[in-house]
Design a protein around this ligand. Structure first.
Ligand SMILES: Nc1ncnc2c1ncn2[C@@H]1O[C@H](COP(=O)(O)OP(=O)(O)OP(=O)(O)O)[C@@H](O)[C@H]1O
Ligand SMILES: O=P(O)(O)OC[C@H]1O[C@](O)(CO)[C@@H](O)[C@@H]1O
Ligand SMILES: [Mg+2]
Length: 327
C-alpha cells in the first residue's frame, strides 16, 4: 500500500484486555514503517459519526498494561445497515483513511468483511480481540488468556467456601455461545465438571456429571457453566439439582463483567504486540481482508471470511482431560 493517507484503528464489540496493547503495537509499528495513524473512537459508531483523531507514538504510551480500550468500544446497530456503512465509507474518504484495522470479535470481523465486499477500495485488516476465543484460524484471541486467569482466580476463591460448607457451586462464565472459557477454566481450577454448548451428545450434561458420581469421593463440587441465551445457564442447572437432589446444598455464582476487565496477562500483551506488528507487515505485503492470527506459535494471515465462517470447534480431548482428572 502507498504510504499516503492514514491507517485507521478501531476497537469493536465487547472490550478485551490486551486491546490497548494491540492499539499500541499497530500504532508504533505503523509509525516505524512510515505510516500515519488515526484512532477511531467507539468502534463503528465513531466511524459513522466521524469521532476520529490522529494518534502519535506518545498517545499510546503507558497503555500496554491497561485493560479496556482507550479508543472506547461499541456495538453499532447502524453499521449493520447499508446506509450506515455508506456513511462510514464517506467518513473514511474525508479522513483520508486508506486501511481500516478492526480489533474485535466475530461480529466485528463480519462487519469488516461486509464493508470490504461493498467497497473495493477499502482495505480491512482484522485483529482477533475478544475474551470468547471464538474466531477460527487462530489458536487464541487477544483477551482470552486474561479472562481465563481471572476466572481461575475467582474459582479458587469459591473453592474455599464450597469446601468449608460442603456445597455444590454452579459458576457461570461468559463465552456467548463458545465453551472455551468454561472448559479450560474448569481444567485449570480443578473443577468437577464443565457444561458447554459444544458438548452436543444426546446425554444431559448434568445427568452425566451426576452419574459419574459427584460427591461420591468429594464433599463439595464446582461446575463451570457457559452462559446461555436460552435460559440454560448456571441457575437452570442449580434449580434442577435443588429439585431432583434436594439433599445437596447448592449455590450459584455468576462472574459477569469482571471477566472482561483488568490488566492483561503477559501472554495477552505479547500476543497483542506480535499480532499488531504483523498486521503492519501484512499491509506492506499487500494483504487485504485478512485476520492476523496465531497458530502453533506462528503468526498467520487468515482470510476474514474463513475466520468467521463457522463455529470454532473445541478439541474433544479437553473434555476427556477434565473427565479423567475430576474423579
Ligand atoms: N453482519 C454484520 N454486518 C455489519 N456489521 C456487523 C455485523 N455483525 C456485527 N457487526 C458489527 O460488529 C459489532 C460488534 O459485533 P458483536 O457485538 O457481535 O461483537 P464481537 O465483535 O463479536 O465481539 P465480542 O463477541 O467479543 O463482544 C456490531 O455491533 C456491529 O456494529
Ligand atoms: O457487555 P455486554 O454487551 O452485555 O456483552 C456481553 C457479552 O460479551 C462478551 O463478554 C464478549 O463477547 C460475551 O462473552 C458476553 O456474552
Ligand atoms: Mg463475538
Amino acid at each position: 500500500m502507498e504510504k499516503k493517507g492514514y491507517i485507521g484503528i478501531l476497537t469493536s464489540g465487547g472490550d478485551a484486555s490486551g486491546m490497548n496493547a494491540t492499539i499500541r503495537a499497530i500504532t508504533r509499528s505503523a509509525i516505524c514503517n512510515g505510516y500515519k495513524v488515526k484512532g477511531i473512537y467507539r468502534g463503528y459508531e465513531g466511524l459513522i459519526h466521524d469521532e476520529i483523531r490522529e494518534l502519535t507514538s506518545e498517545d499510546v504510551s503507558n497503555i500496554i498494561q491497561r485493560g479496556g480500550t482507550i479508543l472506547k468500544t461499541a456495538r453499532s446497530k447502524d453499521f449493520e445497515t447499508p446506509e450506515g456503512r455508506q456513511k462510514a465509507y464517506e467518513v473514511m474518504q474525508k479522513e483520508e483513511i486508506t486501511a481500516l484495522f478492526v480489533i474485535g470479535g466475530n461480529g466485528s470481523l463480519t462487519g469488516a468483511r461486509v464493508f470490504a465486499q461493498e467497497h473495493d477500495d477499502v482495505v480491512c485488516i482484522g485483529l482477533p480481540g475478544t475474551i470468547d476465543n471464538d474466531l477460527c484460524g487462530t489458536d487464541r484471541t487477544i483477551g482470552y488468556d486474561t479472562a481465563l486467569n481471572t476466572i481461575v482466580d475467582c474459582v479458587d476463591k469459591i473453592r474455599d467456601t464450597a469446601t468449608s460448607h460442603e456445597r455444590i457451586f454452579f459458576v457461570e462464565v461468559m463465552g456467548r455461545d463458545a465453551g472455551f472459557l468454561a472448559q479450560n477454566s474448569a481444567i485449570a481450577s480443578g473443577a468437577e465438571a464443565a457444561i458447554i454448548p459444544e458438548d452436543q451428545t444426546d446425554k444431559d450434561q448434568l445427568e452425566e456429571f451426576i452419574s459419574r458420581g459427584f460427591r461420591k469421593t468429594k464433599n463439595s463440587s464446582i461446575v463451570i457453566v457457559t452462559e446461555s441465551a436460552t435460559g440454560k445457564g448456571a441457575a437452570y442447572y442449580a434449580d434442577r439439582v435443588k429439585k431432583e437432589y434436594p439433599q445437596y446444598d447448592v449455590r450459584v455464582t455468576i462472574l459477569g463483567h469482571l471477566q472482561r476487565g483488568g490488566s492483561p496477562s503477559a501472554g495477552d500483551r505479547i500476543l497483542a504486540s506480535r499480532l499488531g506488528c504483523a498486521s503492519i507487515q501484512a499491509l506492506m505485503e499487500g494483504q487485504r481482508n485478512v485476520m492476523i492470527g496465531i497458530r502453533n506459535d506462528k503468526v498467520v494471515y487468515v482470510p476474514i471470511a474463513e475466520a468467521i465462517k463457522q463455529h470454532k470447534p473445541i478439541d474433544n480431548s479437553l473434555i476427556d482431560v477434565l473427565n479423567e482428572l475430576s474423579i
